[in-house]
Write a protein that binds this ligand. Structure first.
Ligand code: ADP
Ligand code: ZN
Length: 299
């Protein structure tokens, strides 16, 4: 018997990455669709999967790893929707309803970062750990968490990018979060915050620039909060800003410094390179996370 095929959508604010495959090393089709209006983008997405079905046969399930905020609480009357997003036109889009209507298959629905955490835990650098924290530092900052093989959901889903931080010494930037100004991580440390603070594209700032010392400082402050709250066994940092690989060293040392020997784990005390690290799946964590959601939705 051939392995079942799954559909996967990594739904981002700029683009949707869609794929079809039977496992992490067997993604046989993939496409990118620009995120414009829900109508156009979802029509393109449905067309891609319908064509894939014609070529390869039925899909067993679909996984959606979505930008948010989303309603992924199964008991909720608005389950499956993108909710209060600032993304133009996408508020209250019934993402799961539209895909279910079009494809009639089981659907797994979660945040992009919860899905990425799941993929890193199942197939990436957090394999074998009891849990995994995944954080993306890009246009926004978001965190996902997997424990006992399940992503963390509850009242809503984690919104770790909005954890509170205090100013790094000398930083007078007013912050970029419309809700929390300079008081939250995303407002101080996401890509657009760096670019607004310095008036330059983040990728053009050299490694010795003050921007990166502060960036490492804010991320370390947040990581300390996540460490004492979630007790993660692996912390994976992805997203555009983390392309600055030189950030990892300063982040690890600052985390150890801030924890001040309180957490007696060798991963922290030795500033282990396999504790706070880059995604093992590279840029594929999101799409493969969606694939993992599909596999779990079929069970
Ligand atoms: P998104 O969050 O929209 O999915 P990314 O994770 O690529 O996309 O994040 C985009 C942000 O990351 C931009 O704000 C940009 O400033 C920043 N960024 C992208 N590439 C780099 C880089 N090489 N170095 C530093 N910052 C980067
Ligand atoms: Zn905020």
């Amino acid at each position: 018997m051939t392995k079942p095929l799954y559909g996967a959508i990594e739904a981002g604010g700029t683009k949707f990455v869609c794929g079809v495959g039977s496992g992490p090393e067997a993604v046989i089709e993939r496409t990118t669709i620009e995120t414009t209006t829900p109508r156009a983008t979802l029509a393109g997405t449905v067309a891609f999967f319908r064509e894939a079905v014609e070529r390869h046969g039925e899909l067993a399930a679909l996984g959606i790893a979505s930008f948010g905020p989303i309603d992924c609480r199964p008991s909720s009357s608005s389950y499956g929707r993108i909710t209060s997003t600032p993304k133009e036109g996408w508020r209250e889009t019934d993402f799961v309803g539209i895909m279910r209507e079009a494809l009639s298959i089981p659907i797994g629905f979660d945040t992009d970062v919860n899905a990425a955490a799941l993929a890193e835990w199942r197939w990436g650098c957090a394999r074998g750990r009891s849990n995994c924290l995944y954080v993306t530092v890009g246009t926004g900052i978001g965190g996902g968490f997997v424990v006992n093989g399940e992503t963390l959901k509850g009242l809503l889903h984690p919104e770790m990018g909005h954890v509170r931080v205090t100013r790094e010494q000398g930083d007078e930037f007013g912050g970029n979060c419309p809700f929390h100004g300079s008081a939250c991580l995303e407002g101080m440390a996401a890509g657009p915050a760096i670019e607004k603070r310095w008036g330059a594209a983040a990728h053009t700032l050299p490694p010795a620039h003050q921007a990166w010392a502060w960036e490492a400082g804010y991320l370390a402050q947040a990581i300390v909060n996540w460490v004492v709250t979630l007790s993660p066994e692996a912390i994976v940092l992805g997203g555009g800003v983390m392309q600055q690989g030189h950030l990892f060293g300063p982040i690890r040392s600052r985390v150890r410094l801030l924890l001040n020997d309180y957490i007696q784990a060798p991963e922290i005390l030795e500033e282990s390179a396999s504790y706070i690290q880059a995604p093992g799946l590279g840029t594929q964590s999101g799409l493969l996370g969606a694939l993992a959601l599909a596999m779990d939705a079929r069970k």
